[in-house]
Design a protein around this ligand. Structure first.
Ligand code: DC
Length: 230
């Protein structure tokens, strides 16, 4: 069967990665979480003092961009690829609230986006890929055969993320997480470079009141119909 490109965009904590992983597994496709790439660059920038709550030194970050090596390595036990930053597994650290609070600043930088978009295009050039992010259907793969735009209410998303962070042992409050969700929605949708947009050819998918099983079945059937038409 002909392979297609599946682009999944949407707000933070809408469950993009959950559905993307499930689709990739069911179709035998590669899954790429582009948020992990922006998070890894942010972690690098934070560790080197190029970005913090108080200040940003974008010039220093841009000069260091060539030293940032990102790689995904598949973990058989987990069933997905983990993020490596200059050879170090940073999968856990990039998911902390500390990184979430800084990532929108770094993701708004044009040169960071160009570097990561180029890598993403390369990863998807053979098709057979499910990629999730904010600009996948609009910038990375405008020609993708199947584009999805995921939404859910900020409160639903904050509850999901809050629970995830607590399960991982982070000490956070629900309000802090809700504030982060709202602020990232705003920054991701209003930035100058590749803002998060609902493209005309994407299907909008609100999963506020939907279970994981129903969500997967709907998406999978939809994807199969698109593939059959190729
Ligand atoms: O999907 P996520 O929450 O892990 O993404 C982290 C941040 O990275 C998000 O706030 C916006 C940014 N991002 C982006 O600008 N473009 C992408 N393709 C993916 C993520």
């Amino acid at each position: 069967m002909k392979k297609i490109t599946i682009a999944i965009d949407g707000f933070s904590s809408t469950g993009k990665s959950t559905i993307a992983k499930q689709l990739a597994k069911a179709l035998g496709y590669v899954y790429v979480d582009t948020g992990a790439m922006y998070r890894a660059v942010t972690l690098y920038a934070a560790r080197h003092g190029y970005v913090s709550h108080e200040k940003e030194d974008y010039q220093a970050l841009l000069e260091a961009l060539a030293n940032i090596e990102l790689k995904f390595e598949y973990n058989d036990d987990l069933g997905f690829a983990e993020m490596y930053l200059n050879g170090e597994n940073v999968e856990q650290e990039i998911r902390t609230l500390a990184v979430s609070k800084l990532v929108s600043k770094v993701a708004a930088i044009k040169e960071v986006r160009s570097k990561l978009v180029e890598m993403q295009k390369e990863m998807g050039k053979e098709k057979g890929i499910v990629m999730d992010g904010r600009d996948i259907g609009s910038v990375v793969f405008p020609e993708a055969e199947f584009k999805v735009f995921m939404t859910a209410s900020p409160e639903t998303r904050a509850h999901r993320r809050y629970k995830e962070l607590l399960d991982k042992g982070e000490i956070v409050t629900y309000l802090e997480v809700l504030q982060n969700v709202r602020s990232r929605d705003y920054l991701d949708s209003n930035r100058k470079e590749s803002p998060l947009l609902l493209s005309k050819d994407a299907i909008e998918f609100d999963n506020s009141d939907m279970g994981l099983k129903e969500q997967f079945e709907r998406m999978y059937n939809y994807a199969l119909r698109v593939i059959e038409k190729q």
